[in-house]
Each structure stands twice: as C-alpha cells, then as structure tokens.
Design a protein around this ligand. Structure first.
Ligand code: CP
Length: 344
C-alpha cells in the first residue's frame, strides 16, 4: 500500500519524479482521476490545502468528500486503550476503516499538540490513519510534516532557477503571536535537503528543530550532495541566498521558553533589509497564511521577488502528481518509492 505522509515515502529520486510530473502537466487538465473519490479529513482549518485538493479531484474528473472533525462529524479519539468518556465519541480504529470503504484515498490534516516535541514527532494521528487505512493516505499536514507544502516550495525554487542542486536557500524563523507547529519548517528542510540544496536554517536559540528531522535531513544531504547549515545568525544565513523562506514556529520544548518566547525576537521579522542581504535575484517564499508586519513586512510581501502566490498554486500541481502516483499505477510515475529511496 502506497502512502504519502512524509518525504521519506518518496526519497530523493521519487521527489525528482514528482516535481517532473507536476511541471510537465502545468497548463493541462488531464482526466486522470475519473470515478476516483478522495475522502478529506480535517482536524484543523485550511484555505489552500482544502481548495487545492478539491480542485485536483474536480479537474481530474473525480470527486471529494470533506469531513471537518468536530464540525458535523464525531470528534475522533486516537489514543490506544482510551476510556472514551469525554467528548471524543468515535475511535479512529473504527472511523478509518469505515471511511476507507467509501473512497479511493484518504487525505488527512492534523496539527501538532505543541506540548511535547517528542510526542508530536511520533505523529500519532497520521500514523494511526496510515496503519488503519486500506486505501492510500496522503498528508495534508501533520504534527511532523507538511510534505505537499515542501514539494510545492521546491517546485517553485526549481522553476525559478532551473535547478535545486547546490542552490543556497535560507529558512528564517519569524515571530508570531503564538507558538506554531514545526511541520512546515521541517518539510522545507527535508525537501530542500532531498533536492540537494545548500539549506541554511536560521533561528533564535531555543527554537531548534527536532533531532529526528535533523537526522533525516542529514541523510538526504549526504545522499544528494546537499549541505546543511544551522545558525542563530540570521544575517549571515541570508547572505547571498537564492531563496528566503520565512516561517514562524514554536520553541523546541513548549515548557522550555514559555509561550511568549515567540514574540521576543521582533528583529527576526523579515524586512527589506533582510532581502537585500540575499542574492539580488533572490525570491521570497512563505507557505501562507502569513501575518503581515508580525512575521513579514508589507515591503517584502508586496515586492516583485515575492512568490507566495506561485508557491500556493504549485500545491495544486504537486498534489495532482502525488494523487496520480497513489491512484494510477499505470500512468507516468512508474517509480517504486521504496526501491528508489536512498534512505532505504
Ligand atoms: N499552506 C497551507 O497549508 O495553507 P492552508 O493552511 O490554508 O491550507
């Protein structure tokens, strides 16, 4: 059973195949999902993810069912052995196999609890869906990764520069009004490393990404000739960078710094001064939604180098390629992700 809940489901070679497929289909609307039904389960809100997956299914000739957990749908319990005497009326042990009887693939969005980094990185809800489903599962963001976002980010980089290998790209931490999950920064790091970039990650002390993510990124970089740099010096990380990716995320340990830690570094808000440290042809990226003038200045988001809308469009293109790979073994993406994964 194929799933796509993390970049490790593709590996570096599979990543290249998906990006190539996504790029090749741009400007076309193949009917590659006729009679296919996607069940979309949201534990958290969305704009781009929901719209782009629904668009992929409709444009491809298929359909989607959208379920918002807790909003007209039973709240779901995922803890093994739970005494279900609270507000979670149904266990994933029943809900997932039932849903899998109705649809051809399940797409799931669940966020980090942001209480314990180790628990979040175990990705309990996504992994429950993965183990209980009898149809492919695709992540629409989980506690650990947002792999479709990472693919869209790298497609945007690749189509701007015509390459990813050796390209210096900087992920720079941003302030926020509250601690955010680390799935997006994790996925940018992992996907850029798997694409062979020189990935620079800049953040204040106390905002380190999880060791399991760093280890996975290092394995990709070793396999692809990529390079990883982690620093607390934002200006040094931005120097000469081809892509500047701003993202807010919470402290390494929620208890360690306190919730107000995310507001304590206003100088990390990405401004024009930061962009001017990067290469003069540099592009600006952000997964969206973005809080203007908290995370990123208007002058950056309104500048011609800002590619956030192209990046969001690319969600559609990469997800089309992913769903094709999951649902259509006979079409173009004839790669065996496990065999091609340089980690396996
Ligand atoms: N980038 C992203 O996943 O956007 P949404 O949360 O709006 O889906």
């Amino acid at each position: 059973m194929k799933h796509f809940t993390g970049i490790s489901d593709l590996g570096p070679a599979g990543l290249q195949a998906v990006l190539a497929q996504a790029a090749a289909w741009k400007g076309t609307h193949p009917k590659h999902l006729v009679d296919r039904l996607l069940g979309m389960v949201f534990f958290n809100p969305s704009l781009r993810t929901r719209a782009s997956f629904e668009a992929v299914m409709a444009r491809g000739g298929g359909g989607a069912i959208v379920l918002e957990v807790g909003n007209g749908v039973w709240k779901l319990e995922d803890r093994l052995g739970a005494v279900m005497d609270g507000d979670r009326a149904e266990h994933v042990k029943e809900a997932v196999p039932v849903l899998a009887r109705y649809v051809d693939a399940l797409a799931v969005r669940t966020f980090a609890a942001n209480v314990d980094d180790d628990a979040d990185h175990a990705d309990p809800v996504m992994n429950a869906f993965r183990s209980l489903s009898t149809v492919p599962v695709v992540s629409m963001e989980s506690a650990r990764e947002h792999p479709c976002q990472g693919l869209a980010d790298l497609l945007t980089v690749q189509e701007t520069f015509g390459k990813t290998k050796g390209l210096p790209v900087t992920l720079t931490w941003a302030p926020h009004i509250k601690p955010l999950p680390k799935a997006v920064p994790n996925s940018f790091l992992l996907t850029a490393a798997a694409a062979g970039c020189e990935v620079r990650v800049a953040h204040p002390k106390g905002f380190e990404l999880h060791p399991s993510v760093l280890a996975e990124a290092k394995a990709y970089a070793a396999a692809t000739g990529g390079k990883l740099i982690f620093t607390n010096d934002q200006d040094a990380a931005l120097e000469g960078s081809a892509a500047v990716y701003a993202k807010a995320w919470g402290p390494s340990t929620a208890a360690g710094l306190g919730a107000d830690a995310v507001t304590q570094h206003p100088g990390w808000l990405t401004s024009r001064r930061h962009l001017e440290l990067a290469d003069k042809e540099a592009i600006f990226l952000h997964c969206l939604p973005v809080r203007r003038n908290v995370e990123v200045a208007d002058a950056v988001l309104d500048h011609s180098s800002c590619r956030v809308v192209d990046e969001a469009e690319n969600r559609f293109h990469v997800q089309r390629a992913i769903l094709d790979w999951l649902l259509n073994p006979a079409t173009l993406l004839h790669f065996d992700a496990k065999a091609l994964s340089l980690l396996s």
